[in-house]
Design a protein around this ligand. Sequence first.
Ligand SMILES: C[S@@+](CC[C@H](N)C(=O)[O-])C[C@H]1O[C@@H](n2cnc3c(N)ncnc32)[C@H](O)[C@@H]1O
Length: 300
Amino acid sequence: MEYSFPHYLLSKQSVDDRALNRNVIDSLKSNLPETPIRIIEVGAGIGTMFARLLRWDMLTKAEYILVDEMAENIESAREWIPIWAGQSNLSVERSGENQLRVFDSIRDIQIKFECADIFEFIQKKPQPADLLIAHAVLDLFPMPESMPKILSLTKNLAWLTINFDGVTSLEPTIDLALDEKIERLYHTTMDTRPTGGDSRAGRHLFSHLKTAGAEILAAGASDWVVHAVNGNYIAHEKFFLHFILHFFEESLKGNIELNVDEFSTWITKRREQIERGKLVYIAHQMDFLARTPLPEGEGI
Ligand SMILES: C[S@@+](CC[C@H](N)C(=O)[O-])C[C@H]1O[C@@H](n2cnc3c(N)ncnc32)[C@H](O)[C@@H]1O
């Protein structure tokens, strides 16, 4: 199996569709300013959130800036968005390598692709957005110090979604003690990444947002729940599960607390569970909608 990260992001789409917290989305809908709006999405991957907002009729007229540091993701976004738009009866106009217009008689969105590290992008002081989106990415950044920098990208709303929050569950049990140990060690790798990260990012965002002066308008769980229906996983979710196990393998290989053969057998058994449609995967996550403080001097 080829573990392509852009393919993983595509396979994650249907899982995220189910997971995103509907109360938080309702709050986003009722707080969105009049169009046209400026949206900045950080860690945007291949652009599936952009497509989702159109699929869910949440975008009409907007400027949408997709920022991601991985060239492979931005390249995939440049290719995938026009294909998706064509299949969705939307017209596409390309104006230069990094700009795209996606439109029909009702919707008109100008997309800009920025292949950049988010913190370098922030240093360029881009015009703040009406809506900042950070989807499945905030749990990778050093906190709390990153929060004010990230919030400087918006003058109004921040929709911060799929923030991992300390619970991974794989069923059925293989060996309770080993399952729990692997889960614990996997979470520890999130907490000890040199670039930052937090395996309990979700719950900690309450205080990080407050400390940065943001007001939390809505919050709620956005758990991934992946299981087979009649023995089959829907859409690309079988690949998604194999990729999750790939994350386990990559982050835990060489871990001195794990016996190499035991871990390898555990991975093989989990992969067999996927093939038989038996594996149930749950990851607890949290979504937030926050309103950011106005920059000094711009208050009412
Ligand atoms: C788990 S993926 C989520 C991608 C996308 N939001 C989605 O859910 O499909 C995290 C993304 O954040 C990007 N990323 C991580 N650190 C970044 C940074 N410092 N600056 C910009 N992008 C970053 C990665 O390249 C990756 O595409």
